[in-house]
Each structure stands twice: as C-alpha cells, then as structure tokens.
Design a protein around this ligand. Sequence first.
Ligand SMILES: [Fe+2]
Ligand SMILES: [Fe+2]
Length: 446
Amino acid sequence: MRLAKNVLVEQLRPNMKIVEFTKFIDPYSRMSEKVCKFLQLNLKGTTVEVIRNGKTVTCSINDLQPEDNLQRVFDIPDSLRRLTIVTKGLIPELKKRGFLGFTVQIAEKVPTTKQEKRQHSVRKANAFVQKVKENMQMREAASDAAKNMFDTVRRGNPNPDEIKGSINEVMSQSSPEALAAIASLQSSDQTYAHCVDAAAIFQSSYYAIKKKRGEKSIFPDKQLALFGAFMHDFGKAKVPKDILESTARFERDSREMKILQSHPVYGAELLSGMKMPSYIINIAHYHHVKMDASLNSNYPQGVKYEDVLMETRLAAIVDVYQALVGRRSYKKSWGSAAAIRYIDALAGTEFDPEVWEDFVNAIGLYPKGGLVEMSDDTLGFVMNVPEEDLERPEVAIFRDANGENYAQPFLVDLAEEEELEISQDLDHYEVLGEEAIDIFLSLQIH
Ligand SMILES: [Fe+2]
Ligand SMILES: [Fe+2]
C-alpha cells in the first residue's frame, strides 16, 4: 500500500515516488516561450493545470502557452521514471530546475514474514470495509444529485455548470472501487443509483484497461471519465416519469417502449446543448448501439459501429453488467460470475469482444465485496484480489458451514491455503437479503 503526502524539495527522500509536481519558482508563473518549450521537452506525456487569463485550465503539456501560470503537473507517464523515482542525484537536479513542491507516494514497508504479511492483509481488508462505509453516503448523495438533475431538466433550462458542479462535488470524494463494491452489495434503482454505480464500475475498469493496453485516456482527467459515464442515461430526463419509473415490461412496439428507446437521442441533444465534449455525447448517444445492427435491442438505428467509441462500447457493457448484478425491481439480481457468463454469450453480436475480454480481466473473476461459498461450506466476502492469481483471492469468512455467523470473522488467503477453494459465486440478495450491506459493514476482520 502507498500513502500520498505533500512535501517540499528538501523533504524528498530516496525511493519516494513523485506523482505530482505542485510548486515552482517564478519563471513558471508567467512562462516565456522558452520555458514552455523546456517543459514540453522534459515532461512529455504529462497533464498540466495552469491559470490562463484568470481561469484554471487543465490540458496536455503540449498545449501549454506562454503567459500561463503553472500550478500542477500530473498524470506522469512511466517513461519519465527518472524524474519520479527519487534518488540522491535527482533531488539537486529538481532544485536546479526550480521544482519546489511535490505530491509523493511513500511505500509502506514491504511485509516479509508470514505473520507480517497476514497483518498487512487484515489491515487492508478492514480499511476497505471502512472505505465502503464512507462511500455509502457518497452514493446516496450522488444518486440524489442525479434525481435533482433530472428534475431540473424536466422543469426547463438545465444549467450545465451547475449540473457538472453538483455531480463532481459528490463524486470527486468517492472511491470508485468502494462504490463498485456497494453496487453489488446493495440494490440499485433503474435510473438514479444505476447512473452512480455504472459510473463507478466504468471508471475503475476503464483506467485498468487503458493501462494494460498502454493507451492514453480520452478523458483529460479521471473525474470527467466518471462524469461521462454518469451521464450515459441523461436523456431519460426527457422520458415522462410514469414511463421511466414503471416496473412493467413494455411490449416491443408499444408507444412507451418507443419513448423509452429515444433516451439516447434525447441525451445527445441535451448534452450538445450543454456544449459537452464529443466523447461524452458519443456515450449517451450510442450506448445501445449493437455490433449486429439487425438486433431488436439496437437503437438508435442507422449508426455505423465504427462511429461508436471504445469508451462507449465499454459503457454499453458496464450498463448491462450493472443492471444484472444490481437491479431488483423486476428480476432477481445476479452474482458477478453469472452476469459474466450471460454477457459472454453476447460478445461478438451485441458487444465488442475485445473490449469485453479486457473488461472481464479488469474486474476479475471475483470483484471485491463479492459473496462466495467456500469448498468447506463457509461463506465469505472477497477482499483482496492478487493480480497474479485472480482465482485465489483473500476472503473474509463470516459464516460457518451451519449458517451461524462467526463472532470474529477472519481472513483466509487462498494463495496460502491450498486445500481450500471457492466453490461458487453467490448473489448477495438471494442469500443475505437487504441485510447484505449491513453484514459487510459490520465486519471486523481478524
Ligand atoms: Fe441507456
Ligand atoms: Fe443505463
């Protein structure tokens, strides 16, 4: 685990990892052309925050301009390791260049003995439970913000800055990883909480995929990725409430179904009116476009699949995945593995098979917070999933084979316990009902 900390150049120590440059000497506060060029050459591939004409602007370092007042350099690519992994030689060099303040990550001491390793895992698992607890309120606030946003649209002129501001305010403090766990622990509605949950799953899987592919994100920052996915169903704000909130299943050619299926077009109209970036509009507009255009579930019709961005293709997968694992209004929810099996059969006809494969690898076989049954009939929640072996995560066992809860739930590391394995992935709701989230939050793991 790594801890983030703000430090000055004098406080840098070998082995710290710099993730942001945050303070600079004067020539950077009103940059000359020469200084701009110097930065562009030396900090290639990074993102910068500057004050330009009194406004805070975030852009690629390539778009730096003379007169900009540099505030922050971040998103530093691995290719700049020589400038981010602190060594004795690097410190005077940074000083000489006028870089004065940094955000660094300090690696926690690597656990060596078995016992240390175990304590470390237990701490990490308990920290995750705590994080989920904190994010519960966030999710509620974000889903309220979504509801308000829909109401504003229904009343007339939506104010884009206000909407962006209120959503960002709540989402910026959230942890997508914790939100994604909540998405499977607690039921979500079809619209508001669905937007929050889908956004969280989108953001965490998207960045994992991009990292694995070695590609750059289309979004200038993570916040905008969350926001873009959050807005995918924004067009539903123009669908009358009685249709939107109905739990009935509408006939294929019914008037209601036609209105409901207009939400991507409505969304694109609303977002274009709000001058949103084209990739955000693409997600709202095309997230129901299928690879095979002859399918009934393909709408709007007449869209070429090449025009559907990779981001939108991923959003389409996340949309269905979230609906399967989290929705309870007219069908039971599914465990993650069952949802994966179901969507797997549709990859290649409905969904982009390459994006699908990357998505499955990104969320893992057993997402954090998932409920599993062990080969000795005990029940547990998946906590830490090692990258090396997705099938053997650490599991917090809370219920014994007779269905009694343990007074002291404990962590088992399947990488260590070779005789034990996960026998099946379960649906939280089916096994634990509405209590799933409370059971999870009360875990005090030993
Ligand atoms: Fe949709
Ligand atoms: Fe959706």
